[in-house]
Design a binder for this molecule. Structure first.
Ligand SMILES: [Cu+2]
Length: 334
């Protein structure tokens, strides 16, 4: 018990020191976006104000308890009457303080809600339990890569429940809601790698809904974009490429690879199985069947499931479908 407490305390102070050494504080990570001040100003203003009034009120409390305590043989007498001056002072000073609070908050709100016109736009899709980032050229990624020193606008929506995208280093946090688009923006100050979290509880996998933000110099970003766009060329084997495509296209939100059924049937070990369809026909699963399932999901509906799979026709090339097939085959062992 004691060990635990000591360990936690020294961990905490080590964390605080670490945070301070790179420009952050005990409370906040280093400000890495050009709009960080908008959050930090209000936060520290409220924080120090709270420290001050906590100390003041507590000191007065102790003073009064000691000074005006009940003593034996001393009768309580009423000494003070109403003081308009005192009342005005303790109303107007707090009023001034909260007006400053409101003003700083409003200025910060405007800054955080109005991206510059020429911002670089990235589409964000949230789903249980992963992030998908889509770039203007169609490239998709599970981590958020951005160029340094340029405003980046995120246009976000969710495929299922409410999520929330949070990048503490950039002071960015915005709900991601099904059926509508929300947006946020930031401009990174220097290259580096930062954490991205889901901050709206969204089910059992919520705490795994993590990604990295990788800030590159512009040339490195362009190079990354080209490389990330060519999944087939940058994977050692078709199975590896297929696994990436499976993740990037969100197949896993409806299909498990471990045997458990979800919205769709599990895709583990389906090759060689004979599947029955809702029209009464049946078929042994082979490459052609899987290909058809991806391009025209409605053609054969697996018995016991609904026609809920979107078509990937036009979204996946021939070679990409082949890679997916190779990946699904590799799931057979066991
Ligand atoms: Cu989430």
């Amino acid at each position: 018990m004691v060990d635990f407490a000591v360990g936690t305390l020294s961990d905490l102070s080590r964390m605080a020191l670490l945070a301070q050494s790179d420009g952050g504080s005990f409370w906040l990570p280093p400000p890495e976006s050009v709009s960080s001040w908008a959050v930090d100003n209000v936060f520290y203003y409220i924080l120090y104000l709270s420290y001050f009034f906590f100390a003041l009120i507590f000191a007065v409390l102790v003073l009064f308890v000691v000074r005006y305590r009940r003593r034996p043989g001393v009768e309580a007498v009423k000494t003070a009457t109403h003081s308009t001056l005192l009342e005005a002072v303790w109303s107007l000073i707090p009023l001034g303080l909260v007006i400053i609070m409101f003003y700083a908050g409003f200025v910060g709100y405007v800054e955080l809600r109005s991206p510059p016109e020429q911002a670089y736009e990235i589409l964000v899709t949230a789903r249980k339990w992963s992030w998908q980032f889509t770039y203007p050229d169609g490239t998709m990624a599970t981590d958020l890569h951005v160029p340094v020193g340029e405003p980046v606008r995120l246009v976000m929506s969710s495929e299922d429940v409410i999520h929330s995208l949070s990048i503490p280093a950039f002071r960015v946090k915005m709900d991601v809601v099904p059926g509508r688009y929300t947006r946020t923006w930031f401009q990174a100050k220097q290259p580096g790698k930062f954490d991205l979290y889901c901050t709206e509880y969204c089910g059992t996998g919520h705490s795994d809904m993590l990604a990295s933000v990788v800030v590159h110099q512009r040339e490195a970003f362009d190079a990354w974009l080209v490389e990330a766009g060519d999944i087939l060329g940058n994977s050692a084997t078709p199975v590896e490429a297929g696994e990436k495509l499976f993740r990037l296209h969100g197949c896993g939100s409806c299909h498990s690879t471990d045997g458990t059924p979800r919205i769709g049937p599990t895709l583990k070990g389906i090759f060689g199985e004979t599947h029955r369809f809702s029209d009464g026909s049946s078929l042994a699963v082979d490459e052609n069947y899987v290909r058809q399932s991806i391009n025209e999901p409605g053609a054969k509906i697996r018995e016991g499931y609904k026609n809920q799979m979107p078509t990937y026709k036009g979204r996946l090339s021939n070679d990409e479908i082949t890679a997916l097939i190779q990946y699904l085959k590799s799931l057979d062992g066991g």
